[in-house]
Write a protein that binds this ligand. Structure first.
Ligand SMILES: [Zn+2]
Length: 262
């Protein structure tokens, strides 16, 4: 690489670096066989990536969701108690998962609004990754500027830390019997710097059906904003509707000054 860099101008060398990193990422969604979606609340994956999930499961890819919090704060109604809402939202997520062909749902049950990127939560996710053995982990982008929701920031950080450390043998005790597992890709949604725009026009109706299954959260304005954003992303690739992701390899996400621009 040094020989190459020394012969090129700065701009050419950066371009060569980025192309090298992009090589493996460009066909990530075509290569995956098992995907784990780490979401802060029931409904986040369906809203942000439900089209992709439907596209993957229709191709026979195994998809599982792990929901970190119980979703108990998702109401403006003072009469609706968090414990009751958490149960309602669990049923809603089960229905949405059935619609999208997601077979496995795991619930970690942290309190909504209070998720922190703790060592305990990271270890729980490493166990899950080693058990499920996904090629890809999907999560909200924790570096979304101005993201105020602590659960979204924490979920993204936890997901990628767990994806990174799952390959390190001693990140949880080997005596637990779960073998180290390298995660090949992470994909972030609600990202400012997408590098993979996925045409999901064919899966728009099934996605919106799944979004509407989250009845306790549903508002016509939500559906309109989801559709408008997907239309907007679609314009980037000349499709009716698209979803946008930042795809990286977890090992590119350490001491790498180019990751932001890949
Ligand atoms: Zn959320």
């Amino acid at each position: 690489m040094e020989g190459l860099v020394s012969r090129l101008s700065y701009e050419e060398a950066v371009k060569a670096y980025l192309e090298l990193m992009r090589e493996d990422l460009s066909r990530a969604f075509d290569r995956v066989r098992r995907v784990l979606c780490v979401q802060p609340h029931p409904d986040d994956t369906d809203i942000a990536a439900g089209g992709l999930v439907a596209k993957l499961t229709s191709r026979g890819v195994e998809v599982a969701y792990v929901t970190l919090t119980d979703g108990g704060l998702g109401t403006m109604d003072p009469e609706m108690y968090p414990e009751k809402l958490a149960l309602v939202r669990r049923r809603e997520q089960e229905e949405a998962a059935r619609i999208l062909g997601v077979k496995e749902l795991v619930w970690l049950g942290y309190r909504d609004g209070e998720l922190q990127p703790t060592l305990e939560a990271r270890r729980e996710l490493i166990r899950l990754i080693r058990w499920y053995k996904p090629d890809m982990v999907i999560a909200p982008d924790p570096w979304l500027t101005y993201e105020v929701h602590p659960d979204h920031r924490a979920a993204g950080i936890l997901a990628v830390e767990a994806a990174f450390f799952s390959a390190h043998p001693h990140s949880i005790p080997l005596a637990e019997g779960l073998k180290p597992h390298p995660v090949r890709y992470v994909a972030f949604y609600w990202t400012r710097k997408p590098n993979a725009i996925i045409d999901v026009s064919e899966y728009m109706e099934v996605k919106m059906k799944a979004v509407r299954a989250h009845q306790s959260q549903y508002m016509p304005a939500l559906e309109d904003s989801v559709r408008a954003y997907m239309r907007l992303m679609g314009k980037l690739i000349g499709a009716a509707y698209a979803e946008a992701f930042k795809v990286l390899n977890p090992f590119m996400m350490h001491s790498n000054t180019f990751a932001e621009n890949v």
